[in-house]
Design a protein around this ligand. Structure first.
Ligand code: ZN
Ligand code: ZN
Ligand code: FE
Length: 756
């Protein structure tokens, strides 16, 4: 044997990343046997280990393939090799793990039904033909069904379903596509559907066909999905969609659609190659697309919006349902207005009782409520606006290791939290606005789950500086070293982390509101920032926010404040003042007296003010609505602008007064609203370039990071990127993490690590 082994090579390989529960060991097994290599593969706490022995060229080939190939749901972060003396092993085996899927390894996100499963689903000869819970190692539920670790069937919501002999055989066979797929099941041993009427009584007949029948007749059906309940109606039926809108008390926010396939999406909206790739990604986010004129859809789906939010089916149930109804479906979250989405059956039946005509339910429990993710393509690059189902809990890998375990508690609105360990920042699913008991419960449950899944015992607790945020109050109760992180600093550092770029940068953080260091509310900020610290280099000059929170709901109050800042007591006669009548004068008086009128430098509130002046709307039903509508108005061909005065000092002050006077002069002269909206956007983009150029002259920094909710405005974002690039700046924007407050927790975690 000595003669033979001298021509053999043996290597130990370690593979790290998302490599468990995704069919990685069978993949290695198949590659190794194809190359006639001996050895073994197994899971341990760090990922997958492989030992291979055989022909040196074949060994090299396998090592190379592990770096370039992987099963669809795997994400390989690192492959390292180490030479060993050959020991004459003659076959290749998958070795049992000491504890399958041990703590500390990465759990995969939920994944859309794969092509193989879809083929079986449609094949009358397959034993899972038409079975709405078909899945395999390459697809199916993951994060939404995990209860605790190690990740193994007894610790998922599939625990109550004992494998039948046929499924058990597939589960145990290394050559099978269902080897160690924890949620594997079939009609004989897995979950089943039921259709219930509006009061929860079972209805006769095939549940799926009956649900499809009701949808075609204009019924509203609550459908249990992967991470919670949707409310579905036929998107072509205006009566049905209007009825759903009434019942949900959701006046104007657009409804998302589920459409069978790409050609059907193309019939409704324009789809670029990048958008098609995003729609068909295994994460299956809702993608915001430009709607086609004349798309055959109910008018009430997205009133006044040139966009549609569309997703493709991502569970076998959705595939079967879309096949059965053959029309686009509204698939909106199963809740009433701002409540969290229902995901437990009893809760759904109670809360959605007045909304749904029927319930399509199943006996597979959802452990964690996870909302649909939302994305769009800007300048050829995907940007996540809500990072949740399909993406979570995949970590954001950062180039700076966390020296101690960190818990970052996140923001108040669009909350996510983040736990940091090693080079991984685990940003949570979208928790929502921390304003009610259910959401707070989801928040604390989520933190416990993440601590368990990733074996994290936080020593450093990062939080926002706003004393009234529930996330701040939570942080103060948790044992650990507290690190307060300023809101806009967190925005900018989340953008650095999203790009893996180290500071210092010029951070432009534009959003609604965030607690500042001087007890005013910031939101129009230019920060010279590193991961550790920042200086406030410039900001929008402050104005009062008359009535505090009321000024967020009623943009006309911000118009009053900005007009007073621009004109003093001689405010010109404007429609917005006339419409508001007596309230207008009262509000200005209170603001002048400083009564309930916190000072703010917010850019989001300046957008609100201009939207109210232009006549877009005086009041909003959701945050950012006025600004979104102002953006839609923009006349793209208009190149005019308004002057903006920047006063020197530390920090510099960006005066909005000239800009406001320009808007008023135009409106008085009868200039059309789309032109005024365009000139306003042009003015903001050019002030960004102007201020960044001054800061560059002071600090010698040539990199600009754009973050904050205002940069969800695509017109503004693209103008800023173009203007800054033309001025020679390198520009960083968001991609994997939202620019809005959903990204705050990541920034907090990275800042806390840098400081501790
Ligand atoms: Zn599959
Ligand atoms: Zn079975
Ligand atoms: Fe913010």
């Amino acid at each position: 044997m000595a003669h033979v082994t001298s021509f053999r090579r043996r290597v130990r390989i370690r593979v790290e990343g998302v490599v468990q529960g995704v069919g990685y060991r069978p993949f290695v097994y198949a590659q190794a046997t194809e190359l006639r290599l001996a050895g073994h593969v197994g899971n341990d706490t760090r990922g997958v280990f492989v030992e291979i022995e055989g022909d040196p060229a074949a060994v090299d080939t396998l090592v190379a393939r592990l770096s370039t190939h992987a099963p669809p749901l795997a994400r390989v972060d690192r492959v390292t090799t180490h030479d060993l003396p050959p020991d004459g092993e003659s076959s290749f085996t998958i070795v049992a793990s000491s504890a399958p899927g041990e703590r500390g390894v990465l759990i995969a996100p939920d994944a859309a039904t794969c092509a193989d499963c879809r083929r079986e689903l449609a094949d009358p000869a397959d034993r899972r033909h038409g079975y709405p819970f078909i899945n395999c190692t390459n697809c199916g539920p993951r994060f939404t069904i995990v209860i605790s670790t190690p990740y193994d069937r007894p610790r998922t919501t599939m625990a109550g379903f004992a494998l039948c002999p046929a499924c058990g055989g597939e589960y145990a066979d290394p050559a099978d596509r269902r080897f160690h797929a924890q949620p594997v099941c079939c009609p004989a041993c897995g979950p089943h559907l039921a259709l219930l009427d509006g009061s929860g009584r079972p209805l006769a007949g095939d549940p799926l066909a009956a649900a499809a029948g009701r949808l075609k007749q204009g019924g509203i059906v609550a459908i249990k999905g992967l991470g919670g309940y949707h409310l579905a109606v036929d998107a072509g039926n205006d009566d049905a969609v209007s009825r759903l809108r009434d019942r949900k008390h959701r006046e104007e926010r657009p409804f998302a659609l589920m459409v069978a396939d790409l050609p059907a999406v193309s019939a409704l909206a324009e789809v670029s190659a990048t958008e098609a790739a995003l729609l068909t990604d295994v994460a299956r986010p809702i993608v915001l697309l430009r709607r086609r004129a004349g798309a055959a859809l109910a008018a009430s789906i997205a009133p006044q919006s040139p966009e549609l939010g569309v997703m493709l089916p991502y569970t076998p149930l959705h595939v079967l349902l879309c096949d059965a109804v053959r029309t686009p479906l509204v698939m909106t979250s199963g809740n009433v207005s701002d409540e969290p989405i229902a995901y437990r059956d009893d809760d759904a039946l109670r809360r959605l009782a007045g909304l749904a005509d029927a319930f399509l339910v199943s006996d597979r429990p959802i452990h964690t409520r996870v909302d649909d993710s939302v994305a769009r393509v800007v300048g050829g690059r995907p940007v996540l606006l809500r990072r949740s189902r399909g993406y979570v809990p995949r970590p954001v890998t950062v180039p700076w290791a966390f020296p101690r375990h960190v818990l970052a508690c996140g923001s108040e609105l669009k909350n996510t939290f983040c736990v940091g360990k090693g080079n991984n920042a685990f940003v949570s699913h979208h928790i929502g606005d921390l304003e009610n008991y259910e959401t707070l419960q989801a928040y604390t449950d989520g933190i416990s789950l993440f601590a368990d899944l990733f074996d994290i015992r936080p020593e450093v607790i990062a939080h926002d500086l706003h004393p009234e945020y529930l996330s701040t109050k939570y942080a103060l109760e948790v044992p650990g070293d507290l690190v307060g992180v300023q809101h806009h600093h967190a925005h900018i550092v989340s953008c650095l982390a999203d790009n893996g770029v180290d500071g210092p940068v010029i951070g432009v953080a534009f959003d609604g509101l965030g607690w500042g260091l001087d007890d005013t509310l910031w939101g129009g900020e230019f920060l010279v920032a590193t991961r550790q610290s920042f200086e406030r280099a410039a900001h929008l000059a402050t104005v009062p926010m008359p009535g505090g929170a009321a000024a967020v709901r009623q943009p006309w109050r911000m118009a009053a404040a900005h007009l007073q800042a621009a004109y003093g007591l001689d405010i010109p006669d404007l429609a917005v003042a006339t419409r508001q009548g007596r309230r207008w004068a009262d509000v200005l008086q209170l603001a002048a007296a400083g009564v309930n009128a916190p000072l703010t430098s917010s850019m989001g509130r300046l957008f609100d003010a201009v939207a109210a002046l232009v006549g877009v709307r005086d009041a909003v039903t959701f945050e950012g609505q006025a600004a979104i509508e102002l953006e839609r108005l923009v006349e793209p061909a208009e190149t005019g602008s308004y002057p903006v005065d920047v006063t020197d000092g530390v920090p510099r002050q960006v005066q909005g007064a000239d800009l406001i006077r320009g808007v008023v002069r135009d409106l008085a002269a009868g200039v059309e609203a789309p032109v005024v909206a365009a000139r306003f956007h042009n003015a903001v983009a050019s002030l960004v370039v102007d201020v960044c150029a001054r800061v560059r002259a002071d600090y010698g920094i040539n990199v600009v990071a754009l973050s904050g909710g205002v940069f969800q405005n695509v017109v503004l974002l693209q103008q800023c990127m173009a203007g800054l690039s033309a001025a020679g700046f390198e520009v960083l924007t968001h991609s994997d993490v939202p620019p809005n407050d959903g990204g705050i927790s990541l920034g907090q975690a990275v800042v806390a690590a840098a400081r501790s």
